[in-house]
Design a binder for this molecule. Sequence first.
Ligand code: ADP
Ligand code: MG
Length: 327
Amino acid sequence: MRCLLFLFLLVFGADAAGAQQMLHRRVLLMGSRFDLTVVAANDIAGNAYLDMAIGEIARIERLISSWDPNSQTSAINANAGIAPVRVDRELMELIERSIALSELTDGAFDISYASMDNIWKFDGSMVRMPAPEVVKKSVEKVGYKKIILDTKKQTVFLSQKGMKIGFGAIGKGYAADKAKELLMANGAVAGIINASGDMNTWGKQPDGSDWMVAITNPMNKNKAFAELPLRQGAVVTSGDYERFVEFDKVRYAHIINPQTGYPATGIISVTVFAPSAELADALATSVFVMGKEVGIDRIDQLPQVACIIIDDQGAVHKSKHIRINEK
Ligand code: ADP
Ligand code: MG
């Protein structure tokens, strides 16, 4: 009965032009804040969509979290250097795409960065630089080429003991894409999935206007320097201004260069526009590692992708395809 009523309201709402409502919800998932917005005919339909999005993100978190000891990702890590682990096709495909992104970025993006997590802490607890030998040693366990996939058996094997994978730089984007996909498939006309700056939109606001995104300069957070419409695609900003360490006046971001073992320097924020949040998320992280020149050069070669970089001097750098009206 409830189900019938819900369907009726949905159909009725779709016919009644102009009667749309916008609903929001803020939840903590994947260790991050998710701000969800959906446009629906009424509260009941809107809340059902919000519940659906939350269920989907929580499902993905259970699959990919390396903090949850019961996840398939944790099983892969626990079996590093020991045995291949059979996983769901969905996780297998996410790992395949992650490896493709490593190739695309010459290894700047690498989910096997995770074994270095225990030497760098960006929560304020670190008081000195790790010893160079320690950093050098940590890099030995990193390398996407050492992730062995068997697509037929659907297994993942980290070939070296101590290796670890983590989806910190792609998981939120993936979850935002999947939540959007699910809601669209179920008839939600418009919405925004904002995973702490990993943003995905579809449709339009109830008044017919485009969703707008504001880009702020971290050097002056109160003032957006650009505002632009976002249709269909995704925009991701990487650069958690609270998460960095500083030694000898050098600021180290919470993104680590897999080749050197040292955190990226020189950039404080990267915003990437791309057709999917997953791609934008991974590329934003990669640009940090590649640096502004190589980063922009690489972004310029990709169709439908653009970026804005803010360096540690507060200067703004834009890729070729960016056309924004600065305020
Ligand atoms: P944000 O914290 O703003 O979401 P990112 O999307 O760039 O930033 O993700 C940063 C996270 O990605 C780090 O906290 C870490 O978990 C992971 N990471 C760090 N360096 C790399 C790397 N080179 N490749 C892939 N993931 C990384
Ligand atoms: Mg990222």
